[in-house]
Structure formats: C-alpha cells, structure tokens
Design a protein. Structure first.
Length: 347
C-alpha cells in the first residue's frame, strides 16, 4: 500500500495505544494482524484504503483459514481489520467499513482446564520458608483467592493491598480497576511475604512481588515457577497461571455463587465470557434438575444417582477447612459491600 495508507495505520496504532489505552499485548496483536492484511492488499494490487472492498476482506479471511489458521485466529484477524476500518470511517478517510458483514469460520471454544479442589490444595501446600518459596506461595494463593490474571498480578504494587479490609485493587483490561476480596489463607501468605520482602526488594521498587534482582517479577518468571512447583508437587498436568483463574471461577460456581457475581469478580465485560465456566459445573445443573423437575424426582433415595464430578475421587470442597474459611471471608466481604452500597444509596 502507498505511504499515505501506511501513515493511517501508524495513526491507528497510536490511537489504540494512547487514547483507548489497550494493553501492549493487544496492541502488538493488532499490529501483526493489520500487517498481514496490508501484505495481502499489496499482493492484490490494492494501494489505498479507499480501494478496499468486501471481496478483499472475505478473500483475506478465507486464505488465512486455508493456510491453517484456526477459526479463533481468523476471528482475531478480522477484528483487527474491522476496527481499523471503523477508525478510518470515523476519521472520514473512507465512506464505509468493508469488514462489517464478514464472518469468520465457525469454531468451538475449548473448555478451560482447571484443577479440582484436591489438586489445588496440594499445589498450594508447598514446603519451605526461603524468600523465593514464601513469595511463590503468596503468588499462588493470591492468584487462586482472587482470580487474578497474570498481568494483573505482576502489576500489583504494595499500596494496592488493604490487609485490614482483606481486599486488593487490580487494574484489569482496558485499565478498568476493580476491588476484590482476599481469602484468609492468601492474607497469611501475603503477610509472610511482606515481612521479608524488604530484604530482597530494591529500595525504590514499589512492586508487590519482586525477583532475585530486587525488581518487579516478570510474567515469564511466574509461569516458570508455577510449572516447576506443579511438577514438584506431582499435580500430573501442566499448570499455568491462568489455570488458577479458571479454577477460581469454577469452584465459586460449584459453591453456588451466582454467575453475575463471578462475572464481577473476573472483570468480564460480557457475561457470555463467564458462561463458559457453567459448562464445567454440570454436577450442579444435574442436582438442580433432579430436585426441581416433576418427572425427575425420585421417591427412593437409594435410586438417586451420585453427583457427576470431573474427578470421582475428589472430596466435596465444603469439607475442606481452607475452602470453608476462604468462602466465609468471601461471604463476609460480599455482605459488607452490599451494606455499603445500601448506605450510599440511602445517603
């Protein structure tokens, strides 16, 4: 494409980075997808954005899929092109968005992998009191207790924690802040880390979690440490930071927390994103069905089927002291927040 077309691309990249304040990872993904579309337009002889037509966008999506990209990847590419053209329409550079009506190939979103309660308890019960172990224990407890994303965790500064209220303030996607509860086990783990953090952190470092050099802990370091602990604790599957978030949401739904509340905890803009976790909680759905449907009720208790669990050997999480305490702390926080909202509304 010509120089003017490339200048508009650069202007769009500045727009999403500064005005929309998208994360660096999202900006980088859009840059790659738009660059792929620009290369496609060059091969098609399209030199300006005014010459982009629906057939070009449709052909770009079809060829991307034919070359092996999954439906989700094609969807992401189309989203990048669609948003760029939307920006150009808004700026008056082109009359219409040629990508509006183009749809990506259908794809089935895979269910997220989670740890059951027994696996999570074993992973969090790591031995040792050296600074790295104390830090890792706090990292994993906080990930699971509050359902944080990896990016949210490593961006935490020490003032973001309110140990008195047992809450943490995180900055999520789109720089949207939310305040989350911190469970009792996570509170103890974080306090233990804070007691020795000053020994390893640089004097001018405000990050909550730091590495061996005293600087903010990186996402890659967190991934490596968690995977190493999972192997050492013999979890049996590859564990990554986001698995704590998946497990957090699933275990809350299994404990009858409403999906709207889980959506708020996770910081999802759309409830459709949260609904994927409902597919993992079929045991709850089956129990509700058998209790409510007139033709599903059984007179003989002995004839009732056992709850359908992902792992038949795992214990009910209501019998685990750790989860009981964390759930009690969560309920206390929720009731206090509701009382505060009612008080504010009355004022």
């Amino acid at each position: 494409m010509d120089i003017e077309a490339q200048e508009w691309v650069d202007r769009y990249h500045r727009y999403i980075a500064t005005e929309r304040q998208l994360s660096p990872h999202t900006v980088s993904s859009y840059e790659l997808d738009i660059a792929a579309f620009v290369s496609f337009c060059d091969r098609q002889g399209v030199k300006s954005w005014q010459r982009v037509e629906i057939k070009h966008v449709r052909s770009f999506a079809a060829r991307s899929h034919a070359r092996g990209l999954s439906g989700s990847s094609v969807q992401r590419r189309l989203s990048g092109v669609r948003n760029l053209l939307k920006f150009l329409v808004r700026e008056g550079h082109i009359p219409s968005n040629a990508a509006t009506l183009i749809q990506a190939p259908k794809w089935h979103r895979p269910l997220p992998h989670t740890l059951d309660v027994d696996q999570m308890a074993r992973l969090l019960d790591i031995p040792g009191m050296d600074p790295a172990t104390v830090r890792d224990r706090a990292v994993m407890e906080l990930l699971y207790s509050s359902g944080l994303r990896l990016a949210e965790l490593i961006r935490l500064d020490t003032p973001d924690l309110d140990m008195a209220d047992r809450t943490v303030r995180v900055l999520g996607k789109g720089n949207v802040a939310r305040i989350l509860p911190v469970g009792s086990y996570a509170v103890r783990a974080v306090r233990a880390w804070l007691a020795i953090r000053r020994q390893v952190a640089n004097s001018d470092e405000c990050a909550l979690f730091v590495g061996g050099r005293g600087c903010r802990l990186t996402g890659r370091a967190v991934q490596q440490r968690i995977a190493a602990w999972a192997r050492r604790q013999r979890i049996g599957v590859h564990v990554h930071p986001h698995m704590f978030r998946h497990s957090f949401a699933t275990h809350l739904l299994e404990s009858r927390v409403g999906i709207r509340e889980v959506q708020e905890f996770l910081g999802h803009a759309s409830i459709s994103t949260t609904q994927i976790y409902t597919h993992l909680d079929f045991s709850h759905v089956a129990q509700v069905y058998h209790a409510a449907h007139p033709r599903a009720r059984r007179k003989d208790k002995a004839d009732e089927p056992e709850p359908m669990l992902r792992n038949p050997c795992r214990a009910d999480r209501a019998h685990l002291p750790r989860e009981s305490q964390d759930r009690d702390a969560l309920e206390t926080w929720r009731h206090a927040a509701a009382a505060d909202r009612d008080h504010d509304a009355g004022g």
